[in-house]
Design a protein around this ligand. Structure first.
Ligand code: GLN
Length: 285
């Protein structure tokens, strides 16, 4: 199934002219921020072990709680008062299948793993890339999407690829794989950027690129496409991407829900529902 989901994601990427990625640098994530917040978390659920609520408990409660950061179009974003996107539709399909309602909590991306660990949520669906570092703190489902870190620059920039980021000021979203890559926390990045500026919202970094306050933004490719789509005369996405990554949903370590989620994801894949959801958000461009 993993393979099929990857194949699906590749098809989607091809359809949207995703450029080939260069060497891969899977960022070990910068979950330092998360770790700090976890330490100060106060409401770990009483009975619950670190492995989170059981399916029975969730069914009894009648709702399953997802955390996300709704600043990540097309995966999760606000449409008026609603939170919509690919992850939201998939999560709703999972909740339907479990026979419960979906409750979404919108928090900072870097707070998602701490929230899960504190028992405040049942799962994360946030365009979250699988990393070895995160695997120490959460269990991932099978991956359901392939993505990459892309570079956004002003249309008239002389930055043409990763090598040109050397010495430049680059905006990233706090706690993301793009943050890890640019900060070069584990020393595996192939580029030394000059300065990293962290933002809570990808759109704010894009605004600073447009205003000339920073030289570039590093952000997930599909989100980059959406940002450029809104400002095509001001910014562009470079063909060269920085990393190859896979998105998956995250559950508490040892959660009994992970197998169930994988089963449902496979059914959604086999029934064509995943294709349908993706084309709803990706093909209208
Ligand atoms: N895919 C990136 C990561 O996992 C960014 C996710 C996000 O900002 N929602 O770090």
């Amino acid at each position: 199934m993993k393979k099929r989901l990857v194949a699906l994601a590749l098809a989607a990427m091809t359809a949207f002219s995703m450029a080939a990625c260069g060497s891969s640098t899977s960022g070990s994530s910068s979950d330092t921020a998360s770790g700090e917040q976890a330490a100060s978390s106060d409401t770990a659920s009483s009975d619950s072990s670190a492995s989170g609520r059981t399916l029975d408990e969730i069914k009894k409660d009648g709702k399953i709680i997802m955390v996300t950061n709704a600043e990540f179009e097309p995966f999760e974003y606000k449409d008026g008062d609603d939170i919509v996107g690919i992850d939201v539709d998939i999560a709703n399909a999972i909740a339907d299948e479990l026979g419960v309602k979906l409750e979404i909590q919108d928090i900072a991306f870097a707070s998602c793993i701490p929230a899960l660990q504190a028992g405040k949520a049942d799962f994360i669906a946030a365009g979250m890339s699988i990393t070895e570092e995160r695997k120490k703190n959460v269990d991932f489902t099978d991956n359901y999407f392939n993505a990459s870190q892309a570079i956004i620059v002003p249309v008239d920039s002389d930055i043409a690829g990763r090598a040109d980021l050397a010495g430049k000021t680059v905006g990233v979203q706090t706690g993301t794989t793009g943050d890890s890559y640019c900060t070069n926390e584990d020393g595996s990045s192939d580029v030394q950027v000059g300065e990293v500026k962290r933002y809570e919202k990808a759109v704010d970094a894009a605004q600073d690129v447009i205003a000339g306050r920073i030289d570039a933004e590093v952000i997930d490719n599909f989100v980059a496409d959406k940002l450029v789509e809104k400002n095509p005369d001001k910014i562009k996405k470079l063909d060269e991407a920085l990393t190859e990554e896979q998105y998956a949903m995250a559950l508490p370590k040892g959660s009994e829900l992970t197998d169930k989620f994988n089963e449902i994801l496979k059914d959604l894949q086999d029934s064509g529902k995943l294709d349908e959801i993706e084309s709803k958000y990706l093909s209208a461009e």
